[in-house]
Design a protein around this ligand. Structure first.
Ligand code: LRH
Ligand code: MN
Length: 426
């Protein structure tokens, strides 16, 4: 399903007046502060987020899963759905594949489908947290950290296979997240587990093409509930350094214990040139994988403040990989992803409004009140007209969710695919 640009332009027509008024207001407001709104619009339109191939169907928990009708039953259909997101936003120009959930059966055909939607292949994701049917080895007691060298080798080989698939698709990075750990005290020798993991990662790293990167994703718990071998940013940072200059840390917003200061972690990793990318989502308690900005939008804004500062002041840190990692238990997956894309761009646009120079001066003078005022002035600015301007420039929808509903996309997906499909993934 491709949504014709003219159909979108027609749909935008009804919002022309309100858009011109609202954009005029924010443009005038910002120019009074010496901010060139067109520069912000340009940066926002250049911001592309990769959509996870594993989050295009209804997610679930151990307590149940409620199917959504019209779910994609193949990688082709998943790319078509990301195509819809990209037609409506021109922000979803990449996909992050999870192997083997979404192994392309025909690489050439898949590349053509992706290209037809203007979608590139971002980070590949390996999976050594589930046993595949007929698999000769089990990851029940870990993969890269396993006490059995044969199982470690089996897991390393899987990652090498994922790199090879990615090379054919044109991807340039691999994300490694490990469920490895323990659920009971005494079950695991922490030092042995960490050393095994490091050696295994170095084994994978040896097979990384020169122009590739490896992202090491950390997580404090789940599915193991006592220890996770790569539990926090420090462990991931240490392992990335042990691997080499092509290895980086990946920050999944849901992988932090309550009240963790994630923006400080971001600042630290950028200063050290070891921040590789993000898995955007939101959470109230655990790794809830909720819609981005739905629970803690101010925290997301503070993270983007550190990202904007880092992108201006840390040339030692490479361009970041922006990805969503969410699971949709009760919302239409495509509407949920449209909301997440909007929330990411809102936080980025607000952070671009922060006068970083003025903030640095206030920080140097320990003018605590002024520091907060500078941040909240930006946070309290309604930047949605700026996002609309960026979408309008790109031929996308001023109001993507309204357009998605008015175009009855879900209805036509159900008509085309029925209600029985169950998408692979979370
Ligand atoms: C682990 C994780 C990881 C993916 C998985 C789907 O919680 O965030 O990024 O492999 O979700
Ligand atoms: Mn993740």
């Amino acid at each position: 399903m491709k949504i014709d640009k003219n159909k979108i332009a027609d749909h935008n027509g009804q919002f022309r007046e309100s858009f011109d008024r609202d954009f005029g207001f924010v443009a005038e407001n910002l120019s009074r502060k010496g901010i060139d709104v067109e520069k912000v619009v340009m940066k926002v339109s250049e911001f592309q987020v990769a959509v996870p191939s594993w989050a295009l169907g209804a997610g679930g928990t151990r307590f149940g899963r409620f199917s959504y009708g019209g779910e994609p039953a193949s990688l082709e259909q998943k790319l078509n759905d990301i195509g819809v997101l990209n037609d409506l936003t021109r922000t979803a120009g990449a996909v992050s594949l999870h192997i083997p959930w979404d192994t392309p059966k025909d690489v050439k055909a898949i590349k053509e489908v992706a290209a037809s939607h203007g979608i590139s292949f971002d980070a590949m994701n390996s999976n050594t947290f589930q046993d595949q049917p007929e698999a000769e080895k089990s990851y029940k007691f870990g993969s890269l950290n396993n006490t059995d060298p044969a199982i470690r080798d089996f897991a390393v080989q899987h990652n090498i296979d994922v790199i090879n698939i990615g090379k054919e698709l044109g991807s340039k990075s691999l994300t490694v997240w490990l469920a490895d750990g323990a659920s009971f005290p005494g079950q695991l020798n922490f030092q042995n587990a960490l050393q095994n993991t490091q050696k295994s990662l170095q084994g994978i790293y040896k097979h990384l093409p020169d122009d590739w990167r490896i992202f090491i994703e950390y997580k404090p718990y789940e599915p193991n509930f006592y220890s996770t071998t790569i539990q926090d940013w420090g462990t991931s940072f240490m392992l990335a350094n042990a691997c080499g200059e092509k290895a980086y840390t990946l920050v999944d917003l849901g992988h932090h214990l309550p009240n963790t200061n994630i923006e400080q972690i971001v600042a630290t990793l950028m200063l050290k040139g070891k921040l590789g990318g993000f898995h955007f989502n939101d959470s109230k308690y655990g790794d809830d994988d909720l819609t981005v900005g739905s629970i803690k939008p101010y925290a997301l804004f503070l993270i983007f403040n550190e990202l904007v500062y880092g992108m201006e002041n840390n040339p030692q840190n490479p361009n970041l990989a922006w990805m969503i990692d969410a699971s949709h238990n009760i919302k239409d997956p495509l509407e949920d992803l449209l909301q997440s894309l909007e929330a990411i761009l809102i936080a980025y646009a607000q952070a671009l409004l922060i006068d970083q120079k003025e903030l640095r001066e206030a920080q140097e003078q320990n003018d605590v009140v002024k520091c907060q005022e500078i941040l909240q002035e930006a946070y309290r600015t309604d930047v949605r007209p700026i996002l609309m301007a960026a979408r309008k420039k790109a031929g996308a929808a001023l109001h993507p969710i309204t357009a998605y509903r008015d175009f009855q996309v879900r209805k036509s997906l159900i008509k085309e695919r029925g209600t029985k499909n169950m998408a692979t993934g979370l």
